[in-house]
Write a new protein. Structure first.
Length: 320
């Protein structure tokens, strides 16, 4: 296996109005490509759980074909003016996230995305603007176009360049929210390539550095994938113990974290997600928590370095 890291990364506008940066690095894998399998089988069923309202606390399971979920999301996005190729990409990525078990980054994002389109936060049409284009390093301005569509486009370019040159790094600034990172990576591994995808949001600071109590980072996810002789290996994790989306969901449901995953505004460890919604707000802890959070903090710093090379889109200049 040949793997080298080239280039830096940057940006995307979050569903709540922030921006996220992301970096993709691909390299050729010399050797067995493994058995290929489609990114998702549209004949599979998606299982959605819904709590019955009005007295009973039992759960009912709705089994809906994936193709129907994709078609529904695509249709709804199209009705608010999103171009069809972009609507399809967003719909497929969100459904794939649900199939992978990332419920907070699946179709749960559809309503916020629709709101962003209607408010003008997500662009309905257009193409990324090329800022720099070298054989193995490309930089785009995403123009706040849908993140899932932009990432797919960038992956297509990066895979072709990596197969030709051995490596390709694509960076994007001013993209919208890119949803679940793992949902993009199976097709890359099935082509015998190694992928690394990272993401940050310089306009949001909800994660405290190790030993601190003030928010400095976003959860700063990092995902990777590579082929094997069987199914590909796909990793997707955050530099914080949990995500902002899950925190908001638990807070809305009146539930607690499984452990002391956060700090309140005074810096006291807590299992209450509501601590992040006070004034002043508390923060999430980095991966490793109170005892070993230096490890998550180190990962967060790495993602910041990989996604902040574009000096127009960093935490020092978050207006972009």
């Amino acid at each position: 296996m040949l793997f080298r890291s080239v280039g830096q990364g940057r940006l995307a506008r979050g569903a709540a109005g922030g921006r996220e940066g992301w970096r993709l690095s691909l390299s050729r894998l010399r050797g067995a490509r493994g058995t290929a399998r489609s990114a998702h089988d549209l004949t599979r069923d998606s299982r959605l759980s819904a709590r019955r309202r009005g007295g009973s606390d039992a759960r009912m399971i709705l089994r809906i074909p994936v193709s129907e979920l994709v078609a529904l999301a695509r249709s709804v996005l199209g009705r608010v003016g999103l171009e069809d190729d972009k609507a399809l990409a967003v719909a497929e990525v969100l459904v794939e996230a649900d199939l992978l078990g990332h419920a907070t980054h699946g179709l749960a994002l559809l309503a916020p995305y629709l709101g962003e389109i209607e408010r003008g936060g997500m662009a309905r049409s257009g193409e990324p603007r090329v800022i720099a284009d070298f054989p193995a390093v490309v930089t785009w301005d995403g123009g706040r176009l849908p993140g899932p569509w932009l990432v797919r486009r960038a992956l297509e370019l990066a895979m072709e360049r990596a197969e030709r040159n051995g490596l390709c790094a694509v960076t994007i600034r001013r993209s919208h929210h890119i949803a679940c990172l793992a949902a993009f990576l199976r097709p890359v591994a099935e082509r015998g390539l190694v992928a690394i995808l990272t993401c940050s949001d310089p306009a949001v600071a909800t994660v405290a550095p190790f030993g601190g109590r003030k928010g400095l980072f976003t959860p700063n996810p990092i995902a990777a994938a590579w082929p094997t002789d069987g199914d590909p290996i796909i990793l997707d994790f955050s530099a914080s113990i949990t995500t902002n989306a899950l925190t908001k969901r638990l807070q809305g449901d009146g539930r607690r974290f499984p452990g002391t995953w956060a700090l309140d505004a005074a810096g006291v460890p807590t299992d209450d997600p509501a601590a992040l919604f006070t004034e002043p707000p508390g923060t999430l802890l980095p991966t490793g928590g109170v005892d070993h959070g230096h490890k998550g903090f180190a990962l967060a710093l790495l993602v910041e370095a990989l996604t902040s090379a574009d000096r127009k889109s960093t935490r020092l200049n978050s207006s972009h």
